[in-house]
Ligand binder design. Structure first.
Ligand code: ATP
Ligand code: MG
Length: 570
């Protein structure tokens, strides 16, 4: 058993079960994705919870593909899901399962239910079934086919399997109670006909089990003890229980426990909607760094540690809530603050010529990778007469508190000298500032004994000669609204932020020429960045993971102060 990192009502339930010796003291969970899309950060919460609980209690967690709906599923999704779970740091060992592997057994269980008079073949159409089901205020009506004999049902069900009937002509239903206050218990459909090839079973089957039937049985066949799912299944729990109680010979009697799904601000989380974004070209793919998918976050530069940390921080509750995306960003900053080497990159370059610096001279300056983490070591960076600084670090007519460069003002260049702006050169036609002319003070070289003068601002910079050109991709929220699904009658895509991707031509310090795909850096004063898979030796491509501005930490501080003031005024 590993140390418990956090606790929750689910832990309380399991503790109680263990105390009472339920399930012979076993804890066995599962993560059951449907392979109909890529996993997203909401799934990460479920993965961390299921695998995490198994780890904490010295139990097991299975990976099971809930592949009971062949129309939307695909092998590509199966592979991506396996990759994502592994990347997050979890291991299912030899416990990789597919609901489709149970099709034969599930069929046999259905035959047993028919024999016990607990299931029947219904010829009503889908519309009629809906009509007969009744409403929340009105009980349903029995189907005219409900009292078919066991023999007739067995024969019809076999014919369904044998492909004798067209799609929609009949279904297998559980015989429970058409007057139940819970609509899920009004003779739910267990099997439907679908003449569709399955990505694993091919054309072997033309009837497929419904989720509410296959899921509890898959759990019970695998010996699952705690079947953790999201709250929208709360109303399905009586059916879950009905299924595992009415089928004989199962390995375990699992208990379904519901928790609130993760909603994240400024994004959508359903695979169906994410698929629309991909298929309709709003993003470049499932792994587009703006997507809340695990593959998108990975490509963006998120670490598995930061995502696991996030899942721990948000905790587990019963009630739905929306988590601010700033909290996820806070977690990656926390992780990279110490780990990521700090380098210099000028995102929007403005040329500076240092007029009193000798032409052709290059000085190699010592530059540590991180003041906070000396273990990261240091490198030498070149300084020369012509450099780039950030466009926004210069203002011709600055306000009082602008401590960067302006005509007649001085700043320090990080690791180098203090320079003073002497002249501004503009494009004759457009008036745009294209170059600054500066002088430097040779006595002010960083680290030298004569560098005693202090100035307020320190800028990052890169030399013109040695700097390498790169594409830098700055990502903004994919949606303008915190909750893009807020208005029921407005398509969520109306709230897409048309400016979620900004592409810059930037200049990087030469150290970054060899940066491997996936490696992460802090660009001084700019944020955390990660080398994108689109990188080539001709043109490196960097994704901005996050800026340095931590709105979440700021908010927390404000809250803490507010609370402090409250208590002190009591
Ligand atoms: P989606 O609507 O995004 O397709 P889903 O629930 O249909 O989600 P599944 O592949 O069936 O996706 O989900 C696998 C597991 O992940 C389930 O146990 C589900 O409850 C859980 N899960 C899905 N979305 C979230 C979420 N936003 N927060 C927490 N858990 C989630
Ligand atoms: Mg689903």
């Amino acid at each position: 058993m590993t140390e418990r990192k956090f606790t929750s009502f689910i832990h309380d339930i399991i503790d109680e079960d263990l105390k009472r010796g339920k399930n012979d003291g076993r804890v066995h969970t599962r993560f059951p994705p449907e392979p109909n899309g890529y996993l997203h950060i909401g799934h990460a919460k479920s993965i961390c919870l299921n695998f995490g609980i198994a780890e904490e209690y010295g139990g097991l967690c299975n990976l099971r593909f809930d592949d009971t709906n062949p129309t939307k599923e695909d092998l590509e999704y199966v592979e991506s899901i396996k990759e994502d779970v592994k990347w997050l740091g979890y291991d299912w060992d030899d416990r990789l399962y597919y609901a489709s592997d149970y099709f034969e057994q599930l069929y046999q269980y259905a035959v047993e239910l028919i024999k016990a008079g607990k299931a029947y073949v219904d010829d009503l159409s889908a519309d009629e079934i809906r009509e007969y089901r009744g409403t929340l205020t009105e009980p349903g009506k029995n189907s005219p086919y409900r009292e078919r004999s066991v023999e007739e049902n067995l024969e019809l069900f076999e014919k369904m399997r044998a492909g004798k009937f067209p799609e929609g002509s009949c279904v297998l239903r559980a015989k429970i109670d058409m007057a139940s206050p819970n609509l899920n218990m009004r003779d739910p459909v267990l099997y439907r006909i679908q003449h569709t090839s399955h990505h694993r079973t091919g054309d072997k089957w033309c009837i497929y089990p419904m989720y509410d039937y296959a899921h509890p049985l898959s759990d019970a066949m695998e010996g699952i003890t705690h079947s953790i799912c999201t709250v929208e299944f709360e109303d399905h729990r009586p059916l879950y229980d009905w299924v595992v109680e009415n089928v004989k010979g199962l390995k375990s009697r699992p208990q379904q426990i519901e928790f609130a799904r993760l909603n994240l601000s400024h994004t959508v989380m359903s695979k169906r909607k994410l698929r629309q974004l991909v298929e309709e070209g709003y993003v470049k793919g499932w792994d587009d760094p703006r997507m809340p998918t695990i593959s998108g976050l990975r490509r963006r530069g998120y670490t598995p540690e930061s995502i696991r940390d996030f899942c721990e921080r948000i905790g587990v509750a019963k009630a739905d809530s929306m988590v601010d995306i700033a909290m996820l960003e806070h977690c990656i900053r926390e992780d990279l603050n110490y780990k990521a080497p700090r380098v210099m990159a000028v995102l929007r370059p403005l040329k500076v010529v240092i007029e009193n610096y000798p032409e052709g001279e290059v000085e190699w300056l010592d530059a540590e990778y991180s003041q906070e983490n000396p273990e990261l070591g240091s490198r030498k960076i070149p300084f020369a007469r012509e450099i780039y600084i950030e466009r926004e670090d210069f203002m011709e007519d600055p306000p009082k508190k602008f401590f960067r460069l302006a005509p007649g003002r001085e700043v320090r260049l990080k690791y180098a000298y203090i320079i003073k702006c002497e002249r501004v050169i503009k494009d004759e036609n457009t008036g745009e500032i294209i170059e600054l002319r500066c002088t430097y003070d040779p006595a002010t070289r960083s680290g030298s004994p004569t560098a005693t003068r202090r100035v307020k601002g320190t800028l990052h910079w890169v030399t013109v000669e040695h700097g390498i050109e790169a594409e830098v991709r700055i990502y903004h929220n994919l949606f303008n609204k915190a909750n893009p699904e807020e208005e029921k009658d407005v398509d969520f895509k109306q709230n897409i932020n048309p400016n979620s991707l900004e592409v810059l031509r930037s200049v990087l310090e030469p150290t970054l020429a060899e940066a491997a795909v996936g490696s992460r850096y802090q660009f001084l004063r700019q944020g955390y960045f990660c080398v994108d898979a689109d990188s080539t030796t001709q043109l490196p491509v960097f994704n901005r993971i996050v800026s340095l501005k931590d709105t979440w930490a700021k908010l927390q501080k404000k809250e803490a102060n507010k609370n402090k003031n409250k208590t002190s005024s009591l």
